[in-house]
Design a protein. Structure first.
Length: 113
């Protein structure tokens, strides 16, 4: 993976964390191991979307980037966020923007390979 793209995606993940903290959605206590092992997309049956971002998406993406592994072939996290936060769009504008940039960076990285 090109170092510049890796750095950019790591910065976006840090921005995502900052935004979750600004919204007051960053948690100090991890969900149970059982909740984290849900088989449902985005763990919708066991976690709030912000919890999924914090405890699964961010760590997985960081791990992929640090190990120089291939990025997912598709990414549409913003689409899910828009559904989840449809009643909070004014409050989540910056979060949605960050997620859209993450989606674009991942998909764009795959187009170049």
């Amino acid at each position: 993976m090109v170092a510049q793209r890796k750095f950019f995606l790591m910065a976006l993940l840090a921005e995502l964390q900052d935004e979750l903290q600004q919204l007051g959605w960053w948690q100090q206590q991890a969900p149970s191991a059982q909740a984290l092992q849900s088989q449902q997309p985005f763990c919708v049956d066991t976690l709030e979307f912000a919890e999924w971002l914090q405890w699964l998406f961010i760590p997985r993406m960081q791990s992929i980037l640090l190990a120089d592994q291939a990025l997912p072939s598709q990414c549409a996290i913003c689409d899910m966020a828009e559904v989840v936060y449809r009643d909070q769009l004014a409050q989540t504008t910056r979060l949605l923007s960050c997620l859209k940039r993450i989606d674009t960076a991942i998909v764009g990285a795959n187009v170049l390979h």
